[in-house]
Ligand binder design. Structure first.
Ligand code: GAL
Length: 681
């Protein structure tokens, strides 16, 4: 387990002023004669920050004992003299071929025992000492050379940790796993106890018998799997920390980040977040999928929350199409603008892209870029320039915060544990649950933070937890305190089932949450196909799918019951008054309308209100600064929407004054940003 740095190291780069706008810039792929044109056009588009060198290791260290920084000196000087700030990559995301051939044991091995080859990227065993040592040498070289370079304002460590290799099953990783387990469990007896190894004759007599969860004839031990996921996240984090420690020592004034990917189960983002000075993320919502809009917003909220509410950086997105889906649909320029400004509305102080200029060949030649292959006489370039111009108008928004009175719980340990095998149904998937609960909150424009179950929740009135399959005693106590102090908590199905060692507690489910929730269940009755009816006490109806915890009341009252099926008449949704608050439990998966209705019931009970009343399809978010506040309206609907401004203010993109009496007409993908006098948060 990695030690975490002090919180409070969190910082934003000193430059650029205003909203950061730019992209990955890979000048090593182009002749130097192109660079002058690059910086000239960056100036034309308003680019003020570029990420340089992400995949440049082979150029910087062409042989084990040969270094070549001349080209990077020239690029950085050119960018500095054109007032373009640089997020300098540590270039460790993809080792050069010579390195992997010199250290073949540093190549990752998959669960089936196949060692992966070179020729692509991220071909690294996270536990490899050879890789970590070579990365440290490279980072020291870069930090020594560029620590005072006027262009460099921040560091970018690695790239998308866990994107291609989340886990490595080689012998080096096995040894590292054993060392990690010794730190966590201390003795072999404790490990045997934690993993319940007497099941299927798995008792371990020696640490050397501990193996990674390689391909096996039958299901693997879920406790092993969960520890393995914890370890794998920590092994990647140790790679990041290896580099961060050098930078913290050598360039203490430069903030450090690494680019997270959209909500995924590869790493425990929360345990990583404390090591980032600023949170950054790569987001590639599918422009052809309307559901990707809410998912993008969820990611915005997650990144803001991982940074404890501080502004975050959208490090990469696509101007138009990507090149890695089976079918890569382009993004309309208006869509690109809308998604970019929506990110600013949810707390981003920087909008960046992959990448500035297209590769001339290689696997990413057909990915959209800021400067299309057709040059400046293109729709794509016009969209780039237009966005740069609009972001300049929003400089004063930087640093403002996004207030939220509701939180949604995402917990990677529950995710890893729920997505193992041996459950009553394999259809209750963690990510689906999170999205299924987030979507109606997004549609209702309720501001939500994304928190962990063990975090301080006292700032919120409402906390919703789509699933708490794995609960530790501290988190259970924290949730109890939150409710006793007047909060409204809603917990989703199949919660409170195991502890951090994946042990089932004696007594009924939901284990540690039972007193708080006021229900118990003995059995789960999955819904195999189709759905069953749910009737609320109010007379409203909904449909339940996938899951039913067969609930018995222990002090809670039923809010809704099953209207048909094997559990007809049994409680489906309950509420339980505890202290000054209430704990609600949903024992099934509701259809989208049912979920929206339930969540509206609870946010009204908790006294939380949407950011503003707007027509369906319009996303509205609120940032609050010292002197003013900003309402971002983004019309994701396919036709025009009309919005009544909540008060007199300035529409910042057009510079027009608006008042309550003048409606705003937003076309599809249209955006309006109102500056209003600050109201109390
Ligand atoms: C990201 C990656 C970039 C680029 C991009 C293409 O995942 O960080 O290097 O490959 O995808 O969409």
């Amino acid at each position: 387990m990695t030690t975490r740095p002090r919180p409070g190291r969190r910082r934003w780069p000193a430059r650029p002023d205003g909203i950061a706008f730019g992209s990955d810039y890979n000048p090593e792929q182009w002749p130097e004669t192109t660079w002058l044109e690059d910086v000239r056009l960056m100036g034309e588009a308003g680019v003020n920050l570029v990420t340089v060198g992400v995949f440049a290791w082979a150029r910087l260290q062409p042989r084990p004992d040969t270094w070549d920084f001349g080209w990077l000196d020239r690029v950085l000087d050119l960018l500095a003299s054109n007032d373009i700030a640089v997020d300098l990559a540590t270039a460790t995301a993809s080792p050069p071929p010579w390195f992997s051939l010199l250290h073949p044991e540093s190549l990752p091995v998959n669960a089936g025992g196949t060692r992966l080859g070179i020729g692509s990227r991220q071909h690294i065993c996270p536990s490899s000492p050879a890789f970590r040592d070579a990365a440290a040498v490279l980072v020291e070289q870069l930090a020594t050379r560029y620590r005072t370079h006027p262009a460099v304002v921040m560091w970018h460590i690695g790239n998308e940790y866990g994107d291609h290799v989340q886990q490595c099953f080689c012998d080096v990783s096995a040894a590292d796993f054993r060392a990690w387990l010794r730190r966590r469990h201390l003795t072999l007896d404790a490990l045997n106890e934690a993993w319940t190894t007497d099941v299927w004759s798995g008792r371990l007599g020696d640490w050397a018998e501990v193996m990674p969860p390689r391909e096996a004839p039958a299901p693997l031990n879920p406790a092993l799997l969960v520890d393995w996921r914890r370890f794998s996240s920590d092994a990647l984090l140790a790679c990041y920390e290896n580099e961060r420690a050098i930078l913290a020592r050598m360039t203490p004034d430069l903030p450090v980040t690494t680019n997270f990917m959209r909500l995924n189960d590869g790493i425990d983002h929360r345990s990583w977040a404390a090591s980032l000075d600023l949170v950054s993320v790569d987001l590639y919502p599918d422009p052809a999928d309307p559901a990707s809009i809410a998912e993008a917003a969820l990611n915005h909220d997650l990144m803001r929350s991982l940074g404890d509410g501080r502004p975050w950086l959208l490090m990469e997105q696509a101007r138009s199409a990507v090149d890695w889906r089976p079918v890569n649909m382009p993004k309309r320029p208006e869509q690109m603008r809308a998604l970019s400004l929506a990110a600013v509305g949810r707390g981003a102080d920087g909008i960046m892209f992959f990448q500035w200029r297209g590769s001339r060949g290689g696997p990413e030649a057909f990915h959209s870029v800021l400067l299309p292959v057709g040059g400046t006489a293109t729709r794509g370039w016009r969209a780039t320039v237009a966005l740069g111009g609009e972001l300049r108008l929003l400089a004063e928004v930087t640093g403002s915060r996004v207030p939220a009175e509701a939180a949604l719980i995402v917990d990677w340990e529950s995710w890893w544990a729920l997505d193992t095998v041996g459950h009553p149904s394999d259809r209750l998937r963690y990510r689906d649950q999170v999205l299924g609960w987030y979507r109606p909150l997004h549609a209702a424009n309720l501001a939500v933070d994304i928190r962990g179950p063990g975090e301080d929740l006292s700032a919120y009135r409402l906390v919703v937890a789509p699933n708490l399959f794995l609960v530790d005693p501290g988190a259970a106590r924290g949730l109890g305190r939150f409710v006793e102090d007047g909060g409204v908590l809603v917990v989703g199905p199949y919660s409170g089932v195991v502890d951090p060692d994946h042990h089932v507690r004696d007594g009924h489910y939901p284990g540690l949450l039972r007193d708080l929730i006021g229900v118990h269940w003995e059995e789960v009755w999955p819904i195999q196909d189709g759905d069953v009816g749910v009737r609320f006490a109010s007379g409203r109806t909904a449909r339940a799918r996938i899951w039913r915890d067969a609930l018995d009341l222990d002090g809670a009252t039923a809010v809704a019951s099953y209207a048909d099926g094997e559990l007809e008449g049994w409680p489906a949704i309950t509420r339980h008054a505890v202290g000054r608050g209430e704990a609600w439990y949903l024992g099934c998966v509701l259809d989208e309308i049912g979920m929206a209705g339930l969540l509206e019931d609870v946010w009204r009970t908790a006294g939380v209100a949407p950011v503003a009343e707007v027509p369906p399809g319009v996303e509205v978010s609120r940032r609050v600064g010292d002197a003013a506040e900003y309402l971002f309206f983004v019309n994701h609907a396919t036709s025009e929407r009309t919005i009544s401004p909540p008060g007199p203010g300035l529409e910042m993109l057009t510079g027009t004054r608006v008042g309550r009496e003048v409606d705003l007409h937003l076309p599809s993908s249209g955006v309006a940003i109102l500056r209003l006098p600050r109201r109390p948060v």
